[in-house]
Design a protein around this ligand. Structure first.
Ligand code: BJ8
Length: 428
């Protein structure tokens, strides 16, 4: 993408995808001003964030056009909702992996006709985007790959499966050798499904290249996030969160290049002592349920209250980028083994026990110099709500203050949350 692209009318493309164009325009009209007030109002942002401003301005335009072009060239588009779905395999079989829209309230009354009201906002959101026909990503997807993580998602995919071509991977809920064997078999089943869909056969050189490309993307995010450990925060938490959110659907080599350029800039800022926050701003680590675009609510509240978010132990944070697939190559079987282990190593609250997540949070709080931790759970997100107790206990034992919040995508509780966050920051 270049920042000199002229304004293009994408209506024909959206109609071709079967979107409800008036409703879709209303959605875009809501996201634009939200982005402006949350993002563009920030001062002293890294210049490299201009790339993300452009990406956001074309979120349902140029990127969707690129996906259509990719399909026209014989490629596939694969939609996902979870960091357990291996992007390397999708890419090696000529696919583009796309994280689907799940971060805003849309068509909830229609959703509540098919799902229980007490379902988390993330699930309601993806179902609302599908029922309301306002997500060009899912309408571009040849296949949605779901997973049996929490009960809500597992059952929601049954409903989604009636509306869209869907493949569900069975994710074990423990990490014993027999669970690993099950997950390895699910990886094989995914390969077979994608081979059938794409008409291609998985090749070792393509898988090797895909592993390196996706690792490069994660390495760039590691660099960007490592810079946030500096005493003078070189980038806001909101901007760092956005980078990971965009990682789920942007073109991989381009994204890597742009994030590395931002990391260069941040490293230069650290040298020069340039910061986006006052020296006495309280440093916050956020952990819990994932935050899909445009869910910037908690970060915005913290940073509007004078704090700075320095790290996220989230699937839209460290759980996405902190581990890599080994690049020693080998046979296809060996690479699939390595992929199996890398993905089973993610510490989602759907697993029991899940002590490694708690250890990660305490370690990260120390590494990033966090003054306090906010544990964020979406309402009705049982896995993270339950695990909040364990996390709170471990943090208290480590002497790290913690605030637990439960919220959804609406702004109704924003005032109340701001008051709680302000009191927490003051107490630190
Ligand atoms: S690996 S966190 S992306 S499952 S918020 S739908 S858990 S009730 S999204 Fe997740 Fe994969 Fe785990 Fe990460 Fe259920 Fe909770 Fe809703 Fe959630």
């Amino acid at each position: 993408m270049s920042d000199t692209v002229e304004t293009v009318d994408y209506t024909e493309m959206w109609e071709g995808l079967g979107l409800n164009v008036p409703a879709h325009c209303a959605l875009l009209k809501a996201i634009g001003p939200a982005y402006e007030s949350v993002y563009l109002s920030q001062e002293n942002r890294p210049e490299g964030m201009g790339y993300f401003d452009f990406v956001m301005s074309e979120i349902h335009g140029l990127r969707i056009q690129e996906l259509q072009d990719h399909k026209a060239d014989g490629g596939t588009v694969i939609g996902t909702f979870c960091v357990y779905v291996p992007e390397e395999i999708i890419r090696a079989l000529g696919g583009q992996s796309i994280g689907l829209c799940a971060g805003a309230e849309w068509a909830f009354p229609e959703v509540e006709q098919v799902l229980p009201r007490n379902t988390c906002a993330l699930i309601k959101s993806f179902m609302g985007f599908k029922l309301g026909k306002v997500c060009p990503y899912i309408e571009s997807a040849d296949l949605v790959v779901g997973e049996t993580t929490c009960d809500g998602k597992k059952k929601a995919y049954e409903v989604l499966g009636e509306l869209h071509n869907t493949h569900v991977m069975e994710l074990p809920q423990m990490k014993r050798p027999e669970d690993r064997a099950l997950w390895r078999a699910e990886i094989d089943r995914l390969v077979a499904e994608l081979e059938r869909l794409s008409g291609r056969t998985l090749q070792a050189d393509a898988l090797t290249a895909a592993i390196t490309e996706v690792n490069d993307k994660r390495r760039a995010l590691q660099r960007l996030n490592a810079a946030r450990a500096a005493a003078a925060a070189p980038i806001s938490g909101k901007d760092a969160l956005l980078a990971v959110q965009v990682a789920f659907y942007d073109d991989v080599p381009r994204f890597t290049q742009m994030v590395n350029a931002i990391a260069d800039e941040l490293e230069a800022r650290i040298e020069a002592g340039v910061s986006v926050a006052p020296a006495d701003a309280k440093r916050i680590l956020i952990t819990g349920s994932p935050m899909a675009i445009p869910n910037w609510k908690v970060h915005h509240i913290v940073e509007s209250a004078g704090g700075v978010v320095v790290a996220e132990e989230l699937c839209t944070g460290s759980r996405y980028y902190d581990t890599l697939v080994p690049e020693d190559g080998g046979t296809i079987e060996e690479m699939l083994d390595a992929i199996t282990d890398k993905y089973l190593g993610v510490n989602c609250a759907c697993f029991t026990p899940n002590e490694a997540r708690v250890d990660d949070i305490v370690r990260m709080a120390e590494e990033y110099g966090a003054d306090g931790v906010i544990h964020y759970a979406l309402q009705f997100c049982g896995p993270y709500q339950f695990e909040g107790f364990t996390v709170e206990k471990a943090l208290r034992e480590a002497g790290i203050p913690v605030l637990k919040i439960e919220t959804d995508y609406s702004m109704e509780d924003a005032g109340q949350l701001s008051t709680r966050v302000e009191a927490f920051l003051e107490m630190l």
